[in-house]
Write a protein that binds this ligand. Structure first.
Ligand code: GLO
Ligand code: MG
Length: 346
């Protein structure tokens, strides 16, 4: 019997969040980075995702030498813990320079800030032995259509990605699309947009994507189809599994929590594309519910992984032959029920 493929899991420090929302303060006490890393190890996750300033806090106020020292200290801490850095993402949505967009800001000085910060993010990633940069293009879009020139913004995005590719010959970039929030409408809302943008850059082979389940759902798409589409191009380099109940704020619910069948289909798509076989990680971009007590702080992560692994079993025990026959007979009503019975544990 060939050994069954296993998956490796990760999350980011922001996934152990404290419960604040736009209407109220934290509901759990702040914890240190070391506490979060300790939890990640205790739970048996293999890697951690980072923003540049998760790795080096207040990165903008520090000299290159300070940044290098702190990044190396972190590398040592991670090595000692046996934890890899999966990705590093420039946080391009906090600083005043990014109020009206980062790479697509109308002000050239602000666009420069965004590119400089992205180069620094690459330097940090390299010091953490990580070659994958994630771009969640949080503020690249508009609230008022007439405030920006969307045609020019495509050029700005290409310019920024090119500057990053030029900065380091090995680094790869995974674009994480999201259709809205914080923007009304984002410029790169789907995987199709991300992969099309990649083709305009100086080295398309090094530009891929990251799919987040909730973001695909917010775009009115099926995340499983997004996975298959990205994999057809060999471009799915990272993954944020979570869930989302309809078209509202980005909920980052535990994987499978809103729609188990949609989750099942994502797992099937990952299985048939052998996601993970080239070293990719499964990340959960999930948050604890605001109501969560400190003693239950990590359950959303444990539960997401548990559901994921249960669904891997379900994908591997799916009655393929029976299903194929129903497809051949075009008996989709029976196929529909077969899936439900399988998920309900028949
Ligand atoms: C927000 C995004 C965010 C990114 C993270 C990595 O909607 O999902 O969590 O994944 O900042 O860039
Ligand atoms: Mg995400």
């Amino acid at each position: 019997m060939p050994k069954e493929r296993t998956y490796r899991f990760c999350f980011g420090p922001w996934n152990l969040s404290e419960g604040q929302d736009p209407y109220g303060p934290p509901t759990r006490p702040a914890q240190t980075f070391d506490w979060k890393l300790g939890k990640l190890r205790e739970l048996g996750f293999e890697a951690m995702m980072f923003h540049d300033d998760d790795a080096v806090p207040d990165v903008d106020s520090k000299t290159d030498a300070q940044v290098a020292r702190e990044a190396r200290e972190l590398r040592k801490k991670l090595r000692d813990a046996g934890v890899a850095a999966e990705i590093v993402a420039p946080r391009l949505w906090f600083d005043p320079h990014t109020i009206d967009g980062a790479y697509t800001n109308n002000d050239a000085r602000c666009r420069r800030y965004a590119i400089d910060r992205s180069r620094r993010c690459i330097d940090i990633a390299k010091m953490l032995d990580c070659d994958l940069i994630v771009l969640w293009l949080a503020r690249e879009g508009s609230y008022i259509r007439e405030s920006k020139n969307a045609r020019k913004c495509v050029d700005y995005l290409v310019e920024a990605v090119d500057a990053m590719l030029e900065h380091d010959p090995k680094i790869r970039i995974a674009i994480e699309p999201k259709p809205n929030e914080p923007m009304d409408l984002a410029y790169i809302p789907t995987i199709g947009h991300a992969l099309a943008l990649a083709q305009l850059t100086r080295d398309p082979k090094r530009v891929g994507c990251l799919i987040e389940s909730a973001h695909a759902l917010l775009a009115g798409l099926d995340p499983a189809d997004e996975i298959d589409f990205a994999c057809a191009f060999g471009k799915l380099w990272s993954l944020h599994l979570n869930d989302q109940n309809g078209l509202k704020f980005d909920q980052d619910k535990p994987f499978g929590s809103a729609n188990l069948r949609v989750a099942f289909n994502q797992v099937r798509a990952l299985e048939r594309n052998r996601y993970g076989a080239r070293g990719e990680y499964v990340a959960f971009d999930v948050h604890p519910f605001r109501t969560t007590r400190p003693e239950h702080w990590t359950l959303h992560l444990e539960n997401s992984r548990r559901t994921f692994l249960r669904l891997v079993e379900k994908a591997r025990t799916y009655p393929e032959a029976e299903a194929r026959q129903l497809v051949a007979d075009r008996n989709y009503a029976a196929l529909d029920q077969l899936v439900l019975e399988h998920l309900m544990g028949r």
